[in-house]
Structures are given as structure tokens and as C-alpha cells.
Write a protein that binds this ligand. Structure first.
Ligand code: CP
Length: 338
């Protein structure tokens, strides 16, 4: 797989070698993410960050990752702050923005919109999430986290047993993660959702075509009893016609410490792409799990920096130059330990 100068739009672009190359570069980013070292390898480069949908993690971590490589970030958030609100097309926006930037990351509520934008862009475009379709960088950081969590337990990704729980119809992170897991061997995926929010049939079929085992269920407790990872997701209320419709499903599958202790194996890892919905009627991942050492949700968010730094380094072809402009930090650092 060739990253250099290419858009990153879908997990379909990745093969196993590409994933391993990305993760090797991500591992090299640890001293920079920990603030032990700084690098100026992207000094002078500009990231155009365009988020037309709400985001905390993806927007800030892509921006921070670019800053940590020495580059600058220019961003727009929400249609109302963009000339798209005046009727400008994605084509014109892409032609303009790609004249101001060296690379662009974009999130948009419509499926396929980032791909459409990329066709008119003169610089590489990274998909920060397009509608219900895909969220490739999230899947990559999820898999990087899975790799690290399993390595800690003396395991590799092959033969993974994972339960994906919640809104599997509209949750783009699980769509991308299914495609990514299909690259590995002997994966067993348990899909736990209400009937109306099942994983799209084409993705279930794709997993089975790759000889992976897929089980669909609407029962949480029995589905999480024999897995390495429970990957919980939020009801994607922004994809429903109304709050009332989302309320039908909100809170249907709640994982808390009592349910975890009663059903999960002792080392089962708990993941979630975040945000988790902590409102009373939701709580798909209860805050009483916060002290559970197997809760990996904030290791996921930290790993997002490493994986997004690696994506920029590979796409902009500086992965072998990171250390040539690096030095130790001289300010107080908080003692992170990724
Ligand atoms: N996981 C994720 O995409 O989070 P944000 O919506 O905050 O970017």
C-alpha cells in the first residue's frame, strides 16, 4: 500500500501490510506524543481542518497531531461559518482550500461527501467521518489499541473475539472496524443491536466472505461472556428523524460494573469510540466502570494522536525524517506514558 501523496478515504484502501506499516510509524511517535521530544519535520506545512459536523476527539487530535509534527492548522467548523452556507459547492470549496493547505482533513454529514471533495482537491484529503459511511482513522486507532491491549495479554490480533454493541446501523466507526478486522485471521464478531439498528447486510456478508465468524444477537449479557473485547457504541441520535425516535433505543444495552463482573471474562477489554452518552436515559457505558483497569476508552483517545501523526507522516512522506529535526523538550511535561 502506498500512502505517499494519497487520500485516505476508506478502509478499503488498506491491506495488512499497510496497517502494519502505519502502526510501526505510530510506535515511533510515542516520545513526541509524550512531550519528551519535539520535532519540526512539518515546519511550514498547513493542515486545512474542515469539520461540518460536531467533533471533539477527531478534530482536536488531528490538529494536535499536525502541531506535534511542527505544522500549523487552519480550521473551519460548521456549515454556518463556511461559504457553503452561501451555496458554494464542495468542488469549489475543495479547489480553494487545497490552494491554502498541504493536506486536508474533513468531516461531513453526508455519505460519500469527503470522497466527492477529494476528487477536486489538489492535496491529500483524510476522511474524518462521512455520514454513516466510514470513519477510517477511528478504526485504525481502535485496531492499534486492540493490538496493544492484546499484546499486554500476550496475544496478537488473529483469533480475536469481539462483541460490537449498540447502534450498528448508523455507527460509522463499527463499519470501518469490521472492514479492518476482515484483514486478519479467525476473527469472531458478535453483533449486538436492536433489530432495527443491525449492522448493514453488506458488511456482515463481507466479513463472512473473508471466512470470519459473525453472530447477530439482541441479548447483551450472553454476547459478552466469551469475548476479548466489548466495543460499545452510542445511539447515533443525529441520524434519527427525532429525539423521540432515538429514545426508543437509547439505554437498551447498558454495560456497567455489575454486568461486567457477572458476565465478562476477567481480562475483557472495554472499548468505545466516544463520545459515550452519559445522560440518565442512555449510559451505554456506565461511569462506574471508570476505575476498571480494562476500560481502554482513554487509551483509545491517546492512541488517536499516535495514529493520526503516523497518517500525516506517511501521506506527506516524512516518516524517515522525524528525528532529523527533533530535540528534547525543555518545558514542564505532565509525565504522560503512552
Ligand atoms: N470518536 C469520534 O469520532 O469522536 P468525535 O465525534 O468527538 O470526533
Amino acid at each position: 500500500m502506498d500512502f505517499s501523496g494519497n487520500h485516505i478515504l476508506t478502509i478499503d484502501q488498506f491491506d495488512r501490510g499497510g496497517v502494519e506499516a502505519l502502526f510501526n510509524v505510530a510506535d515511533k511517535m510515542v516520545p513526541f506524543a509524550n512531550r519528551d521530544r519535539i520535532t519540526k519535520v512539518l515546519d511550514g506545512a498547513i493542515l486545512g481542518s474542515m469539520f461540518f459536523e460536531a467533533s471533539t476527539r477527531t478534530r482536536i487530535s488531528f490538529g494536535s497531531a499536525f502541531n506535534l509534527l511542527g505544522g500549523s492548522v487552519r480550521e473551519t467548523t460548521g456549515f454556518e461559518h463556511s461559504a457553503i452556507a452561501k451555496g458554494e459547492s464542495l468542488y469549489d470549496t475543495a479547489r480553494v482550500l487545497s490552494g491554502y493547505s498541504d493536506v486536508i482533513v474533513m468531516r461531513h454529514p453526508e455519505n460519500g461527501s469527503v470522497q466527492e471533495f477529494s476528487k477536486a482537491s489538489r492535496v491529500p484529503v483524510l476522511n474524518g467521518g462521512d455520514g454513516t459511511n466510514e470513519h477510517p482513522s477511528q478504526a485504525l486507532l481502535d485496531l492499534y489499541t486492540i493490538k496493544n491491549e492484546l499484546a499486554f495479554r500476550g496475544r496478537g490480533i488473529d483469533r480475536l473475539r469481539i462483541a460490537m454493541v449498540g447502534d450498528l446501523k448508523f455507527g460509522r466507526t463499527v463499519h470501518s472496524l469490521c472492514k479492518l478486522l476482515a484483514l486478519f485471521k479467525d476473527i469472531r464478531v458478535v453483533l449486538v443491536s436492536p433489530e432495527e439498528l443491525k449492522m448493514p447486510a453488506n458488511l456482515v456478508e463481507y466479513l463472512r466472505e473473508q471466512d470470519q465468524v459473525v453472530i447477530e444477537s439482541d441479548a447483551l449479557e450472553e454476547s459478552i461472556s466469551n469475548v476479548d473485547i466489548v466495543y460499545s457504541t452510542r445511539i447515533q441520535e443525529e441520524r434519527f428523524n427525532s429525539q423521540e425516535e432515538a429514545d426508543i433505543y437509547r439505554g437498551r444495552f447498558r454495560l456497567n460494573q455489575t454486568i461486567y463482573t457477572a458476565n465478562c471474562e476477567p481480562n475483557t477489554v472495554i472499548m468505545h469510540p466516544l463520545p459515550r452518552d452519559s445522560r440518565e436515559n442512555a449510559r451505554e457505558l456506565d461511569e462506574d466502570l471508570n476505575d476498571n483497569p480494562n476500560l481502554a476508552i482513554f487509551r483509545q483517545t491517546d492512541n488517536g494522536i499516535l495514529v493520526r501523526m503516523a497518517l500525516f507522516a506517511l501521506v506527506l512522506d516524512v516518516e524517515n525524517e522525524i528525528n532529523s529535526s527533533a530535540r528534547d523538550t525543555i518545558w514542564y511535561t505532565a509525565g504522560r506514558s503512552l
